[in-house]
Design a protein around this ligand. Sequence first.
Ligand SMILES: Nc1ncnc2c1ncn2[C@@H]1O[C@H](COP(=O)(O)OP(=O)(O)OP(=O)(O)O)[C@@H](O)[C@H]1O
Ligand SMILES: [Mg+2]
Length: 403
Amino acid sequence: MEIVELIALASKFNVESRLGSSPPKDESDNPNKPPTFTYRELATATRNFREESFIGEGGFGLVYKGKLESTGQVVAVKKLNHSGLQGDPEFLVEVLMLTLMRHPNLVTLFGYCAEGNQRLLVYEYMPLGSLEDHLHDIPPDKEPLDWNTRMMIAAGAAKGLEFLHHQAQPPVIYRDLKSANILLGEGFHPKLSDFGLAKFGPSGDKSHVSTRVMGTQGYCAPEYASSGKLTIKSDIYSFGVVLLELITGRRALDDSHGRDRQIVEWARPILKDRTRFVQLADPLLRGQFSESVFKKAVDVAILCLQEKANNRPSMQDVVAALNYLVSRKYDPNKANKADIKGTDDHSPSGSTISNTGSPIGTTMLNTGLDRDQAVAEARMWGETWREKQRQSSHDSPESPDGL
Ligand SMILES: Nc1ncnc2c1ncn2[C@@H]1O[C@H](COP(=O)(O)OP(=O)(O)OP(=O)(O)O)[C@@H](O)[C@H]1O
Ligand SMILES: [Mg+2]
C-alpha cells in the first residue's frame, strides 16, 4: 500500500478532527488531513537532531526534545531505526490508529513523519522523564519517590493499561510494559508511552529478539517467553513486575552481581510468607508507609504475577484495588492509626486470609473511603482472589499460589 492510500485511509478515520485541541495546528490543513510532519519541520524543531536535544535511546531509535516552530509546542521526537520498518504499511496504519488513542494516562502521539526512508514519531513531551529514572541509581541530590506517589503512579499506569485493554477498539496489547515506558509529567502524573508499537520492531536480528519481540527481560510473562503466546494477560504480568519495582526499588533484572537476577525470582521466597512482606520494602522509603496498605500492594503484585495467565486479574480489578490503596494515603503524623483500627487487613495472601472473605455484608460501611475499600475488596481481595485461589489449587494443587 502506498503512503497516499494510507493517508486516504487515515482520512476515513477523520483522524485530525478527533485529536482535540492539543496537537499542533497548521492553518492550511484540511480537517481530514492526518497528523503528519515534514522531516524539515522536525529537524528545525530539534535543531537538526543536535546532541543538546538528545534525550535518550531505546529499542526503536533515538529520542530528541524539540520545539515546533509553528506553535512553540515542546515535543519529544523519536527517530526510528531504519531496519525492519521501511515500507511497512501496517506500521503507518497502526501509528495512525494510535494517534486516536486519547486517555489522561497515555502519552499523546501527536503524529509522525514518513518521508523517503525516514520514520519519526512525535510525542507529547514528558518533563520528569521515566519512572525508571526515579527508582534506580538516583543521584544523592534527588528525593526518592515516597509511598503515596508510588501508589499514585501505579494506579495511573493501571488506568492507562485498562483503557488499552478494555476501552480501545480494537483492544491494544501493550507488549513492552516496563518502568522505562512509564513517563512522568508535572506532579509525577504517569502516562504510558510506546503502547502498541513493540510488534513493529525488527525481528530478524537475534540481538533484538529479547527486547522487541519477547518484551524486555525481567518483565516478560512466562507463557510469552516459552511459547510466544501473547494476550492481555501478559501485560498484567509485566504490570506486576512494575509494581514490585515500585515496592522494592529493585530493577526488574539485576545484573550487578555478575549474573542476571530477575526481581520475581529474588522476591519469590518472601512473597510466599505474608509475615515477611515488609522485607520487600525499598530502603529508600525509610519505613514511611502503612504496613497494612503495603501488604495489600504486595497482594496485588502477587495476583498479577500468577504463573498461569488465566489466574491473573483483569486490569479493571487491579485499578479498583489500586484506587483504594491510593485513597489510603500515608500520613506520617497519623502513622499506624489505620493499622491499629484493624479494619484494613482482610487481605487474603498467606495465612491471614479470613474464611469469611470480604467484610462486605457484615459491616455496612458509611464513609467514601470504606466504600472504596468495599469495592476494592470485593473485586480484588474478595471474589477475584477466592476464584483465583480455587482455579489455582485445582490446576496445580502442589503450588496454590502459582508463584
Ligand atoms: N515523550 C517523551 N517525553 C520525554 N522523554 C521521553 C519521551 N519518550 C521517551 N523519552 C525518554 O527517551 C529515552 C528513550 O526512550 P525510548 O522509549 O526510546 O526507550 P525505552 O523506553 O528505554 O525503551 P523502548 O524502546 O522499549 O520503549 C528514555 O529515557 C525516555 O525517558
Ligand atoms: Mg519507551
